[in-house]
Write a protein that binds this ligand. Structure first.
Ligand SMILES: NC(=O)c1ccc[n+]([C@@H]2O[C@H](COP(=O)([O-])OP(=O)(O)OC[C@H]3O[C@@H](n4cnc5c(N)ncnc54)[C@H](OP(=O)(O)O)[C@@H]3O)[C@@H](O)[C@H]2O)c1
Length: 299
């Protein structure tokens, strides 16, 4: 079945690059009018040029999702421009440096909390307060690595996603008969800046190198999860509020293990992403740690 979003208006936070921009492109191709936002006006303008060149009906605003007034202004801009909102994707996200929690500068953790937790809360509240009187709407919150457990050396990020998952499930259960679908979406490993431009506490850089192999095994171009986000925003999920879904299904992972993993085993050429690791000075002297694998994409 061909999915379409004809006459729908979709707001995508963090829509200026990476997965958010891919979602905006896929939604626009499916007939939606799209509204994108991120902190950088320049990067919103570049994304709008890309969208316009592809014939999309798109507008955008500089908006820090951590600031409720800016998120309210984003919703007002969507309504002023396109008359309504049908889909809201809380996609804006930040990762924190890899490393032991007490050694990571507090300001980096605070920005993760402000964007991933407060930003998702702000976006959800603004969307719900518009969707409830309308009696319809799709709210899609981006989950991420560690959303069902605890991840060593990525505590702030993974804990923020645990919060997003729980918050999204609870919100869905409270508004089950409202006509609104509230959905959690883990896009798996996506080949974006978040995966390839990483920060690590000095001394932990080597441990992060494994990300290149994990990304080669299970990573996807952003178009792949964006297509799934189209399915989530479409009428295919009507009545499915509370759905928590991921791209990293056991079937997908096994298939990649047997294809790409097999090539790696035979030392055949496999495409590897470039990984740029910037060092962050620890706030106190490091203590010796047991060397261990830090990446389990399913965790
Ligand atoms: N990449 C992965 O492997 C992966 C895996 C699982 C989940 N996810 C989730 O998927 C989502 C998108 O990730 P991505 O890989 O596309 O990341 P990305 O390439 O780093 O892009 C992040 C986007 O969010 C915007 N942003 C960051 N902080 C913001 C804020 N406070 N307010 C508004 N916009 C903000 C950025 O633009 P500005 O810098 O201009 O603000 C950018 O447009 C995130 O929620 C992430 O946690 C990603």
């Amino acid at each position: 079945m061909q999915l379409n979003l004809n006459n729908k208006v979709a707001v995508i936070t963090g829509g200026s690059r990476g997965l958010g921009l891919a979602i905006a492109q896929v939604y626009a191709r499916a007939g939606a009018k799209v509204v994108i936002a991120s902190r950088s006006r320049q990067s919103v303008d570049s994304a709008l040029q890309i969208l316009a060149a592809a014939g999309a009906q798109a507008t955008g605003l500089a908006c820090d999702v951590a600031d409720l007034a800016q998120v309210e202004a984003l919703a007002a801009h969507a309504i002023d421009t396109f008359g309504r909102i049908d889909i809201w994707v809380n996609n804006a996200g930040l990762s924190s440096p890899y490393g032991p929690t007490a050694h990571i500068p507090a300001r980096t953790v605070t920005s993760v909390i402000n964007t991933n937790i407060l930003g998702t809360y702000n976006g959800s509240m603004v969307a719900m307060r518009y969707f409830i009187p309308q009696g319809s709407g799709k709210l899609i919150n981006l989950l991420g690595r560690g959303d069902t457990g605890s991840i060593k050396y990525q505590n702030a990020y993974s804990s923020s996603k645990v919060w997003v998952r729980n918050f999204t499930k609870t919100l869905a259960s409270e508004y089950l008969s409202s006509g609104i679908e509230v959905i959690g979406f883990n896009p798996g490993l996506v080949l974006t800046d978040m995966l390839s431009q990483v920060h690590a506490v000095a001394g932990y850089e080597e441990k992060v190198n494994v990300v290149r192999y994990v990304a080669a095994l299970w990573g996807n171009e952003a178009e792949v999860p964006a297509q799934k986000a189209l399915w989530l925003a479409s009428s295919a999920t009507d009545g499915k509020s509370g759905l928590m879904t991921t791209v990293l299904t056991p079937g997908f992972m096994l298939k990649r293990l047997f294809t790409t993993g097999f090539k790696m085993l035979l030392r055949l050429p496999v495409e590897m992403m470039d990984l740029n690791i910037s060092s962050v000075e620890p706030v106190m002297a490091l203590v010796p740690v047991v060397a261990e694998e830090i990446i389990d994409p399913r965790a």
